[in-house]
Design a protein around this ligand. Structure first.
Ligand code: SF4
Ligand code: SF4
Length: 441
């Protein structure tokens, strides 16, 4: 068997060699059976081996052995992976695909020329780790919506001339809450009725600036089921996008900031409402496998991390006061289902809404192709997967599509627009529909 250190390509620098040494054994666990292929949305959509989990694992293995060039041969197939990790759940031998692909991304980032992905790096290092800067972006978007500029932009179709993907997503931007409303939150919010637990709320960076209403409603629902809610002020971006883009060091720094901030809260659970953020929060220990000092603290953080739906089921029932006579369906967040293994609780909550009829649609458990910023970077590939999914939603006659992740929510709204279904269909975060049935908005 080739060992990566014995046979590496000339392009592989020392850090890349080291990186592959830890991943190489994981690639060897793959027995090439192909059971993961029918679970992979990019393989189904593109129909080629290099767009499948097995093909990608082989490419990483060959790169580690120095048989292929990272940028020339491995980079595109890995970039086209959604990171949904449906392949992990289908794999009979437990190949840790998530770890393999993240090591591959890190190797790609380390061997990329400075010009490649410069804009992406700028946004991830200069914007996401700074909550105040994101709130300023939120203020600008709020002013853009309030001052009538949005209307003008839509009428003149100016964004479309610049970028079709941006124009598509601009159309589904949610109305932002005012800057005052976004900053008036207290640090400790009391439970309503008997206090059952003390929970610390993870707000998310983009979520808190652009979908603040969902965060506000999440806190209200938590207090309604008897949770005292603490808001750790020093919390930061979860680091998921950084990790998925190969910027592991930055992801580690963000994880350290969050671990330290949440330790101060002295809470029973750490609650989030975004499947994508929640997945990395639950895998913070993977980031510190070689750092004993932080590993135990990361493990403690992981053991307390929960999705909002788990907490609402554990401490509920919610005090519903309104009937919502609508056919509702649920699009699983891949990171909630495949990484956090949470799929029953959202359904249980939706099925308990008075007056609503719950239906499943075919393919609810496969990725919507939002994939963090995949839909912006690979628009055509993403839309091909989304359009096929929306046909299934139409077949199910659902009027409300519920999701548990902000990226999936925007993607489903784009899907409804592309389907021409904006008059009869809507997409909402699960927190919004539960709050609606509880009579809060
Ligand atoms: S993570 Fe998703 S898109 Fe990537 S190989 Fe696995 S199943 Fe396919
Ligand atoms: S990743 Fe798992 S399911 Fe896919 S080919 Fe390898 S062993 Fe089989």
């Amino acid at each position: 068997m080739n060992r990566p250190a014995e046979n590496v390509a000339a392009c592989s620098s020392e850090p890349v060699r080291k990186l592959f040494q830890t991943t190489y054994d994981a690639t060897n666990q793959c027995v090439q059976c192909g059971y993961c292929l029918p679970a992979c949305p990019t393989y189904i959509s593109m129909g080629k081996e290099s767009a499948s989990p097995r093909g990608r694992i082989n490419l990483v293995k060959m790169a580690a052995e120095g048989k292929i060039d990272i940028q020339k041969h491995m980079s595109d197939p890995i970039d086209l992976c959604l990171g949904c990790r449906a392949c992990e759940t289908a794999c009979p031998v437990g190949v840790p695909y998530g770890q393999i692909v993240e090591a591959a991304k890190e190797a790609m980032a380390k061997t990329a020329s400075d010009k490649q992905g410069a804009m992406k790096k700028l946004v991830l290092t200069k914007l996401f780790p700074y909550p105040r800067r994101l709130q300023m972006v939120g203020n600008l978007v709020w002013a853009y919506q309030k001052l009538g500029i949005q209307k003008l932009v839509r009428t003149t179709k100016v964004i479309k001339a610049f970028s079709v993907p941006m124009a598509q997503f601009e159309r589904v931007l949610p109305p932002l809450e005012s800057p005052r409303k976004r900053t008036e939150r207290g640090t400790v919010l009391p439970a309503k009725g008997t206090k059952k637990a003390r929970v610390a709320f993870f707000a998310g960076c983009v979520m808190d600036a652009m979908m603040h209403k969902t965060n506000r409603l999440t806190i209200e629902l938590l207090t309604l089921v008897g949770c005292e809610v603490v808001f750790p002020k020093e919390q930061n971006c979860c680091g998921a996008l950084h990790a998925h883009q190969g910027m592991t060091e930055q992801a580690r720094e963000l994880a350290k900031a969050n671990i330290a901030a949440f330790e101060q809260a002295k809470a029973d659970f750490y609650v989030n409402n975004a499947g994508g953020c929640g997945a990395i929060l639950r895998e913070y220990d993977h980031l510190f496998a070689e750092d004993e000092k932080w590993l135990q603290r990361a493990k403690d953080f992981v053991s307390k991390s929960r999705d909002i739906t788990e907490i609402l089921v554990q401490f509920g029932p919610l005090p519903f006061i309104k009937s919502l006579p609508s056919v509702i369906t649920y699009q699983d967040s891949c990171h909630l289902r495949n990484v956090q293994k949470v799929s029953k609780q959202p359904r249980q909550l939706l099925q308990s809404i008075p007056g609503a009829t719950y239906v499943e649609f075919a393919g609810h458990d496969s990725c919507c192709a939002s994939g963090g910023i995949y839909n912006l970077l690979h628009f055509d590939e993403s839309m091909a997967i989304l359009d096929a999914k929306m046909e299934n939603v139409r077949q199910a006659n659902a009027a409300t599509i519920v999701t548990t992740n902000p990226g999936c929510l925007l993607q489903m709204q784009v899907g409804i627009e592309r389907l021409g279904g904006t008059k009869e269909m809507r997409a909402v975060h699960i927190v919004e529909i539960l709050a609606e049935a509880c009579g809060i908005n």
